[in-house]
Design a protein around this ligand. Structure first.
Ligand code: DGJ
Length: 778
């Protein structure tokens, strides 16, 4: 809801209020963002304004008749260079002889129902006149015909505010945009911790928290992708804010390219947050009559800690970012060929894997890399989108029919944006590859980017890939991208500083064509794992592969970090081999499942090679997951790590059922007693609490087995067969407990195994051991 009273703008979401007004000099002063203000007196505005009545020291005054008006010490909704605000500016645009002084003041505003659709190529959120409202404020430069329009959209059922800026040039000369952020938020004080989500390939979006200090902190990507290095998601949290308590403000960007978040603490202790396209790799020329629209930014605020803010993002992403037939639809359990056989695939082998997946309960079979002509390793054939006749002698279409006959969905992997030099496509069109004439290009995984800004490139990709999607009745596509931007050059662009953004816009254009043409397909994004996990991609892909690292313990940090901005329904999470191919860590198959089930579950290992007990375990996991899938994918997801225990809870939308992950990374030996708290329990309710039953492989006990009767005297062969094939049921533990005990006192759990005995109640945990506790309301 948005109200305008005179020149006061009052934005309200379900639990937050956002206020700003027009100052006596025409600037937009930010007044408040925080817990919803239930009612406002007209006299409150005076209390909310920052007070400046005397000029201090050498502060440059904006107007001699108003000597205390000093832009640097006002919380502003937008900022420029050259008028006395020395913080990082939201807008930098050059005209004439390199001048960049601009001064935007209020001109007019409009208030409309709904969320406008912008035709500037950006990925964008959507809303209807019934569920959203938009305020557009037009500001003009005091001297030149240059206009800045700020858009603010609120949604009736989501606690976020969407922001966007559009800069228009009506001068005769050119205007060169050097920076245009999507969002500026100036906060009154600097008592914040900055939380960012950083990493690299195979350790994406690991949460990082540091107190803010004077000066500027930059969170950015320069690789051309939103990147695994630094996600555009950032949080500002009060130092005492935890997962469940305290004030946090967070922003994210609907953009898949180079981004930059600058967080500056000014000399006057105010905090400025800017987010948008990364200015250091960007410039854009506006001729007279032209405009440039930024990507949209999403802002949220919660007094219920980080879980409160991530709840807001999760609701928003599912309601206003994910679109099409897969919106709110449960995602199929898949089996993927990559870590099962990598490039070593053929139709017989794949069929065995699909059949085994089907028998265990999987619903979708995905052929990952290696299915197209000439692709026997990663050095060749990207760009040649024709099925390999040697791997599929009966044809890929026939194979897909066989998978469909198993009553499974059929999916393939593609990587359309890149080309190998060793390919038919490159032979025919070397000029379609991005490279600077005369300079040997940097190469990443033997591949190069295709110039998507060329129409003929997109037409070729659309046509050749559509043919496969049609003839093979493809139900699912994994869209991968395994390179980064380097040696950017295109004959079709005159200023290469425009190119990274033009590429992203061309990519969005191509994706739009595909999703329009194949609306039933479930699209999963991927970029060497999670190198492009962002809200821009989620406008086209209903889910994204979180990381190539499928190790259960690593995934607690990776999925945990990702969950601060993105709901579990968007996260591709697979059970894979042990030792894990990325970390060589050995972890129980149930822990791999217990972590992967908080998202879009899949299996990525050779199911045909598994022993009987492991197959039974997987079949049980899948049956369990099918019962609880709506909760894991679309329930409320909360993080509650404490001491060294990793704890996540998913809560059903009717709040009657919860599932909690409890993972102990290392077995401390002779462990102290454990307690299980469920902070989301309702005080007055009564719950049944019990662990999902798991299988403890006897092999876990190693040589101890030789000390247990009757095995002790059974001989080595029998001991070996028993140890490799038999399992024990996990502990029996069941409580009927009040919500207030569950929330405040915690359940004192059964003892852990410590090497000196076990009974049916003993909780047996190896390193990286875990349980899923089910909590059901009476
Ligand atoms: C990188 C992806 O992240 C992997 O999951 C797999 O699809 C490979 N590419 C295939 O080349």
């Amino acid at each position: 809801m948005i109200n305008v009273l005179d020149k006061l703008f009052f934005l309200t979401t379900q639990t937050t209020s956002y206020l700003f007004h027009v100052t006596e000099e025409g600037h937009l002063e930010h007044l408040y963002y925080g817990k919803r203000l239930s009612h406002l007196l007209s006299t409150d505005i005076d209390a909310l304004k920052d007070k400046h009545h005397i000029n201090i020291g050498t502060e440059p005054c904006y107007n001699e008749d108003n000597p205390a008006y000093f832009l640097e010490n006002i919380s502003l909704e937008t900022s420029t260079e050259g008028r006395g605000d020395y913080r990082i500016p939201m807008v930098v645009a050059e005209y004439g002889q390199g001048l960049s002084t601009l001064d935007f003041v209020y001109k007019s505003h409009t208030l409309t129902k709904g969320k406008p659709i912008f035709h500037d190529g950006n990925a964008q959120a959507y809303g209807t006149p019934e569920d959203s409202s938009t305020l557009a404020i037009t500001l003009t430069d005091k001297k030149l015909p240059i206009t800045l329009t700020l858009y603010y959209t609120t949604f009736d059922t989501c606690d976020v505010i969407l922001r966007k800026a559009v800069l228009s040039n009506d001068m005769e000369g050119k205007l060169l945009i050097r920076n245009l952020s999507s969002l500026q938020l100036d906060l009154f004080d600097d008592n914040w911790d900055l939380i960012t989500f950083d990493g690299a390939w195979s350790r994406e979006r690991i949460m990082d928290r540091e107190p803010l200090r004077s000066g500027t902190h930059v969170n950015e990507s320069r690789t051309g992708l939103a990147s695994s290095d630094h996600n555009p998601l950032v949080y500002l949290a009060r130092p005492d804010a935890t997962e469940s308590h305290g004030l946090v403000i967070a922003s994210n960007l609907i953009y898949s390219g180079n981004h930059k978040e600058s967080i500056e603490v000014s000399p006057f202790g105010k905090t400025r947050l800017l987010t948008g396209i990364n200015d250091s790799l960007f410039a854009w020329t506006l001729n007279q009559g032209e405009s440039f629209g930024t990507p949209e930014a999403v802002l949220t605020c919660s007094e219920d800690g980080c879980n409160g803010a991530s709840d807001h993002f999760h609701l928003f992403v599912n309601a206003h970012i994910i679109r099409g037939e897969w919106r709110y639809r449960e995602r199929p359990i898949l089996v993927n060929s990559w870590e099962a056989s990598y490039f070593d695939i053929n139709e017989d082998k794949l069929y065995e894997l699909a059949k085994q997946g089907h028998d265990l309960g999987c619903e979708l079979f995905v052929i990952d890399d290696g299915w197209f002509s000439g692709r026997d390793d990663d050095t060749s054939s990207l760009g040649d989108w024709y099925p390999s006749p040697s791997k599929f002698p009966s044809g890929l279409a026939t194979f897909s029919r066989k998978v469909h006959d198993l009553d499974m969905m059929f999916g393939i992997w593609i990587e359309p944006e890149t080309v190998n030099k060793k390919s038919i496509l490159y032979g025919k069109h070397p000029d379609w590859m991005i490279a600077i004439p005369g300079r040997e290009p940097v190469v990443c995984r033997h591949e190069h980017l295709l110039d998507l800004t060329k129409k003929e490139v997109c037409d070729y990709l659309f046509k050749s890939i559509s043919e496969i999607l049609d003839t093979c009745s493809v139900d699912y596509v994994k869209w991968d991208m395994n390179t980064v931007f380097a040696d950017l050059y295109s004959f079709s662009v005159s200023d290469m500083r425009e190119y990274p953004h033009r590429y992203v816009m061309a990519l969005y254009g191509l994706l739009e064509r595909f999703i329009q043409a194949f609306p039933h397909i479930l699209w999963e994004g991927c970029a060497s794992g999670g190198n492009r996990f962002d809200l821009g991609m989620l406008c086209y892909f209903s889910q994204i592969w979180v990381s190539d690292n499928t190790d259960a313990f690593s995934r607690t940090a990776i999925q945990g970090g990702t969950s601060y901005g993105y709901p579990p329904s968007t996260m591709g999470c697979h059970v894979s081999n042990s030792p894990n191919p990325q970390t060589l860590r050995i972890s129980p198959i149930d822990s791999r499942f217990n972590v992967a089930c908080f998202g879009d579950l899949g299996y990525e290992l050779d199911l045909t090679e598994l022993g009987k007990e492991e197959k039974t375990t997987i079949a049980e996991q899948i049956s369990f997951f099918k019962l609880f899938r709506p909760i894991f994918q679309f329930g409320t997801f909360h993080r509650y790590n404490h001491d060294s225990i990793i704890q996540w809870t998913s809560i059903s939308n009717d709040k009657r059922t919860m599932a909690t992950l409890w993972m102990q990374p290392l077995n401390p030996s002779n462990a102290k007693s454990d307690r299980l708290f469920i902070e989301d329990a309702e005080e007055d309710a009564v719950y049944d609490v019990f662990p999902r039953s798991q299988r403890i492989p006897l092999s876990l006990f190693g040589h101890l087995l030789k000390t247990v009767k009757p095995l002790a005297t059974a001989g080595e062969t029998v001991q070996k067969v028993v140890s490799e094939n038999l399992t024990l049921p996990s502990e029996v533990e069941h409580y009927t407990v009040s919500g207030s005990v569950l929330k405040h006192a915690g359940i004192k759990l059964n003892q852990q195994f410590s090497g000196t005995g076990r009974d049916s109640q003993t909780r047996v945990f190896s390193d990286f051991g875990s349980r899923l506790y089910l909590i059901k309301k009476h």
